[in-house]
Design a protein around this ligand. Structure first.
Ligand SMILES: *[C@@H]1O[C@H](CO)[C@@H](O)[C@H](O)[C@H]1NC(C)=O
Ligand SMILES: *[C@@H]1O[C@H](CO)[C@@H](O)[C@H](O)[C@H]1NC(C)=O
Ligand SMILES: *[C@@H]1O[C@H](CO)[C@@H](O)[C@H](O)[C@H]1NC(C)=O
Ligand SMILES: *[C@@H]1O[C@H](CO)[C@@H](O)[C@H](O)[C@H]1NC(C)=O
Ligand SMILES: *[C@@H]1O[C@H](CO)[C@@H](O)[C@H](O)[C@H]1NC(C)=O
Ligand SMILES: *[C@@H]1O[C@H](CO)[C@@H](O)[C@H](O)[C@H]1NC(C)=O
Ligand SMILES: *[C@@H]1O[C@H](CO)[C@@H](O)[C@H](O)[C@H]1NC(C)=O
Ligand SMILES: *[C@@H]1O[C@H](CO)[C@@H](O)[C@H](O)[C@H]1NC(C)=O
Ligand SMILES: *[C@@H]1O[C@H](CO)[C@@H](O)[C@H](O)[C@H]1NC(C)=O
Ligand SMILES: *[C@@H]1O[C@H](CO)[C@@H](O)[C@H](O)[C@H]1NC(C)=O
Ligand SMILES: *[C@@H]1O[C@H](CO)[C@@H](O)[C@H](O)[C@H]1NC(C)=O
Length: 262
């Protein structure tokens, strides 16, 4: 078969494919009236996606998954968080790191990060918990309350320490060497219980209680207006724009923002 014939066939197929799908085809955004529910987290809508809510119904930063019908998780690309509470009215989440949930010895060591444009760490209700791993204190012959053990192939020492507060002022940490340190937010109330003399609260349990963050809803004013007019907000990641959806197509009316203020 001559090669120019093949090329012609390929070109014809490509052309007919292009013409059968003209640019004027209306994109559809189905199922954005569905909500996400998983375990105790129920009736979740925009900007969240996941479960029954397709990705065009919200933003990728708000992707939820449901594990075993019971556990809701939020992933930020590098870390996964258990969602213990989600309040769409207050716009607050209580999150616990999945890798540290009842587990003080994760397989990899990462600092807690969330996109700070969208998620604001509540500094009045939370404080910072520092976890230090691979510390060479074995020779010191003492067992302070904040010592725990973590055996990892990443380092030669199994001693680990936790400390609350911003600055490691702990006298022990000044004289020993630790391979890696990570920071995790915890509620101040939990931090106080953890460090109280004679505390029975274990570190792993403290980490299960999670920490609170507030989130902001992208295009919130536009979406309130969309909802007021009977639509559902979605997000077209190809266009990089929010869409106001009626049925499963963009609403026929234009959205104009009411003037700022009440
Ligand atoms: C779900 O939320 C909508 C508003 O977002 C509300 O109208 C509806 O009653 C809620 N349903 C349940 C089962 O909570
Ligand atoms: C989750 O619940 C659905 C319906 O309630 C059921 O069909 C499914 O098997 C459950 N899955 C698991 C992993 O329990
Ligand atoms: C899944 O949920 C069931 C109860 O709904 C529970 O018995 C089971 O242990 C859970 N499995 C995991 C892996 O969490
Ligand atoms: C937490 O981990 C401990 C020890 O691994 C285990 O005994 C306990 O059942 C776990 N608790 C929960 C709620 O998973
Ligand atoms: C975590 O952040 C601290 C500073 O806040 C830094 O010293 C440390 O190296 C970081 N740990 C990791 C594993 O990136
Ligand atoms: C955080 O989110 C904002 C809004 O979606 C985005 O513009 C920005 O690039 C994100 N930042 C990072 C570090 O991902
Ligand atoms: C977080 O949200 C709560 C409830 O809406 C509010 O009281 C608090 O001031 C907010 N905190 C921050 C840091 O935005
Ligand atoms: C731990 O390592 C540091 C730095 O290598 C060293 O100065 C210190 O003496 C060591 N401490 C113990 C208890 O081995
Ligand atoms: C740590 O794990 C290694 C192998 O995984 C083992 O040989 C070593 O005895 C363990 N150390 C402690 C203190 O548990
Ligand atoms: C562990 O100790 C051995 C021998 O002292 C050394 O070669 C190796 O680099 C150490 N590994 C780490 C992760 O520090
Ligand atoms: C959701 O929207 C579809 C059209 O996309 C409609 O057929 C369905 O009745 C709606 N369901 C609810 C619960 O509003």
């Amino acid at each position: 078969m001559p090669s120019h014939f093949l090329l012609t066939v390929v070109a014809a197929v490509l052309l007919s494919a292009a013409y059968s799908q003209p640019l004027t085809t209306t994109t559809t955004y189905p199922n954005c009236n569905r909500t996400f529910s998983c375990g105790t987290i129920t009736n979740v809508s925009y900007p969240f996606i996941g479960g029954d809510r397709p990705s065009h119904c919200g933003l990728p930063d708000f992707a939820l998954t449901c594990r075993n019908n019971t556990t809701t998780e939020l992933s930020d690309g590098s870390l996964t968080y258990r969602v213990l509470q989600l309040d769409q009215t207050q716009k607050t989440l209580i999150l616990s790191r999945s890798d540290l949930y009842n587990d003080t010895c994760p397989s990899e060591f990462h600092n807690t990060t969330l996109n700070s444009t969208l998620f604001s760490f509540d500094g009045r209700r939370n404080e910072v918990l520092n976890l230090f791993y691979g510390c060479n204190s074995t020779a010191m012959n003492m067992t302070p309350h904040n010592l725990f053990s973590c055996n990892s192939s990443d380092f030669n020492f199994t001693d680990a320490y936790y400390l609350t507060g911003p600055v490691p002022r702990d006298p022990i940490l000044r004289i020993l060497y630790c391979s890696v340190g990570i920071t995790v937010p915890i509620p101040r109330t939990v931090g106080n219980r953890l460090t109280a003399p004679g505390s029975q609260l274990r570190l792993g349990e403290a980490l299960m209680e999670g920490f609170s963050v507030n989130y902001s809803v992208p295009y919130e004013r536009l979406c309130i207006e969309c909802g007021r007019l009977g639509g559902q907000c979605g997000f077209d990641s190809v266009l990089g724009q929010p869409v106001c959806i009626c049925g499963d197509i963009p609403c026929p009316f234009p959205l104009t923002l009411p003037p700022e203020g009440k």
